[in-house]
Ligand binder design. Sequence first.
Ligand code: KG4
Ligand code: ZN
Length: 331
Amino acid sequence: MLTLGIETSCDDTSMAVLRDENELLSNVVSSQIEHSEYGGIVPELASRAHVQNIVPVFRWALGEAGVEPEELDLIGVTNTPGLIGSLMVGGAFAQALALALELPIVPVHHIEAHIVACLLEYPDLELPAVALVVSGGHSSLIYVGEWRKYEVMGTTRDDAAGEAFDKVAKLLGLGFPGGPEIERLALEGNPAAIPFPRPMLATADFDFSFSGLKTAVVRWVEQTGPEGVQEQLTDVCASFQAAVVEVLVEKTARAAAEKNVNTVLLAGGVACNNALREALRDQIADRARVLWPQPINCTDNGAMIARTAVLRADEAVGFGEFDVAASQALT
Ligand code: KG4
Ligand code: ZN
């Protein structure tokens, strides 16, 4: 069975061709550079770029897989959550393909797909698991009792972890996306140099909050002045990153202990961060196996959408029944 996965929920246009459950024939991503000068994603620009990219990305994904459109059996497409204009480009494209090729479509929940990216790479992973999904739009702790059954244990009350990385990077005059830039500079800095707050570290729930931490960096930048900021750039990056990592790791460890799981999954764009990966493994290794996908499958990608579509193939609908950008909770 050949499945095409389509992901356009934010600023990446991505498609993948998956044979059966785990044999990835292609997984291509066109990242939009349009947003870099704004230090954040501009929804209108994202939709327009998807419109330009969608057909070339389709050709690229099929070309790399060596597959003709007529050979496809199933389409998976992200239909929630995301930027409405972005979702609609992928959704409308999926509908057009479904109509032309008489293919079924599986609507895919983006957050579930980030978790399923781990299954794509570790087909034997043991459930139940606790998943930390940290991206530009989401920070959630999710209990995965079995595939397709999720319990959201906690989520961010304001900014997502990746959003905090991006906003702090913008404040420091670094490029977009901010996460990789901050991680690179943090390698040279002292994580204990500036005592930034650890928001909600001590609360008994599994929620996060990162906007206060961002404000603390704003205040530090105001007090320090431009020259001081440049002098201490690596230290501020290392100190900010350490604060984010400590809260994420502590709450994930507690969630894993509460649910008594042997597996912890790390997913979403922020899962590319090595400081987070290492800290999580150090803290949890004696209790649970900690797994994360390779970087291309952490950030938004078509492969995770295709794999989720296969997992939910029995939910496929015809093109006329597909609800582009339906809002649905992760359950
Ligand atoms: O999953 P993703 O591609 O898109 C969303 O679903 O939001 O995640 C993108 C986010 C951005 O905020 C980016 O700064 C962050 O992931 N990110 C990182 C790293 N690489 C990407 N954050 C911290 N460290 C990284 N190495
Ligand atoms: Zn994502």
